[in-house]
Design a protein around this ligand. Structure first.
Ligand SMILES: Cc1cc2nc3c(=O)[nH]c(=O)nc-3n(C[C@H](O)[C@H](O)[C@H](O)COP(=O)(O)O)c2cc1C
Length: 313
């Protein structure tokens, strides 16, 4: 998620689940080719498994960007065919590409030829007036024929004219059945459903129809959903981590990162959910957000915020 799932966020979220697949923000292929790769693509070994999401529509550029991504260690390359923003549309990538399934197929083929890790596609159930199941079916047929073995379906359509990106995440109705039908009609495809999932029972229901779920906003705001899901899905003894041990681990991470020039706030801004659903949540958020912008703030702020959360629940 743009501006959210940067490497600091992913490092934080990894503490909550050893196996969940994390995704980068969408990174434009051309930026990978021409920009500051280290800044765009660096990731910590602890983040794995982690997928790089690329935006673009030029098969050759995407192939080169995918290969560079793999050289940075990414475990999967995902193509964004779901973002509705104007900026992305004017560059002809994101959700508007659903209208060009052949081109998306060419992009997938080209990336697959360039890398050995899985190449996956994230799409919507439709765009604008192209919102019947036949449209989605034709799109998926094309990308599956190109060798994409995993499709992530955000189960609402994108309205390309008239809705903001934020509205496009809430206004068009969720129609999970469309993703279920994709699994029914393409049984060998791994189908992952996304959109509006916030609880273990909601996820469990989806897993009756598709192979997996992708969580966006809820995982960010309430990361304890991740260990709850881990325990529901995997038969092992993974324990829900406690805020004190995560604070300790993030403090060590922040010490290292700050030495390399990362501002403290770039890390703490993603940690607001550490007390989500627990006593002390407000005190934690307050201490962290007020303290991080004070001159000279250092990693010890995390301990102070932890004490505040425990003392003033
Ligand atoms: C701040 C923000 C940024 C997002 N950026 C991306 C992105 O870069 N790539 C993408 O595929 N989806 C992006 N999304 C959409 C989410 O991945 C997801 O599809 C959407 O929020 C619906 O899932 P949810 O209800 O679980 O959040 C973004 C969502 C938010 C809230």
């Amino acid at each position: 998620m743009m501006d959210w799932t940067d490497r600091h966020c992913r490092y934080f979220l990894r503490q909550f689940s050893p196996r969940v697949l994390l995704y980068t923000e969408m990174i434009v292929a051309n930026a990978v080719l021409r920009g500051d790769r280290e800044r765009l693509l660096a990731c910590d070994p602890a983040e794995h498994p982690v997928a790089l999401q690329l935006g673009g529509s030029d098969p050759e550029q995407l192939a080169r960007a995918a290969a560079i991504g793999v050289s940075f260690g990414y475990d999967e390359i995902n193509l964004n065919v779901g973002c509705p923003s104007d900026r992305v549309q004017s560059a002809t990538f994101g959700a508007c590409l659903m209208a060009q399934p052949r081109l998306v197929g060419d992009c997938v083929r080209s990336m697959r030829d360039a890398v050995r890790v899985p190449v996956t596609v994230k799409c919507r159930i439709g765009i604008d007036e192209h919102d019947d199941y036949g449209f989605l079916h034709a799109f998926v047929s094309e990308v599956a024929a190109a060798g994409c073995a995993t499709v992530i379906v955000h189960a609402r359509k994108a309205v390309l004219k008239g809705l903001s990106p934020k509205e496009n995440r809430d206004v068009p109705p969720l129609i999970y059945e469309r993703a279920w039908w994709v699994k029914r009609d393409f049984p060998s495809l791994t189908v992952i459903v996304n959109g509006g999932l916030r609880t273990v029972p909601q996820v469990a229901e989806q897993l009756g129809y598709v192979d997996g779920v992708m969580l966006g906003r809820e995982a960010y705001h309430n990361p304890y959903l991740l260990p709850a899901l881990h325990r529901a899905v995997h038969a092992d003894d993974f324990q829900t981590p406690d805020p004190a041990s995560i604070t300790q681990s993030m403090r060590i991470y922040a010490e290292r990162e700050m030495k390399a020039g990362t501002p403290l706030r770039a890390i703490t801004r993603h940690m607001m959910g550490l007390f989500a659903g627990r006593a002390g949540a407000r005190a934690w958020r307050r201490a962290l957000s007020e303290g991080a912008s004070r001159p000279g703030a250092g990693p010890a702020l995390m301990d102070a915020a932890l004490s505040a959360a425990i003392r003033f629940p």
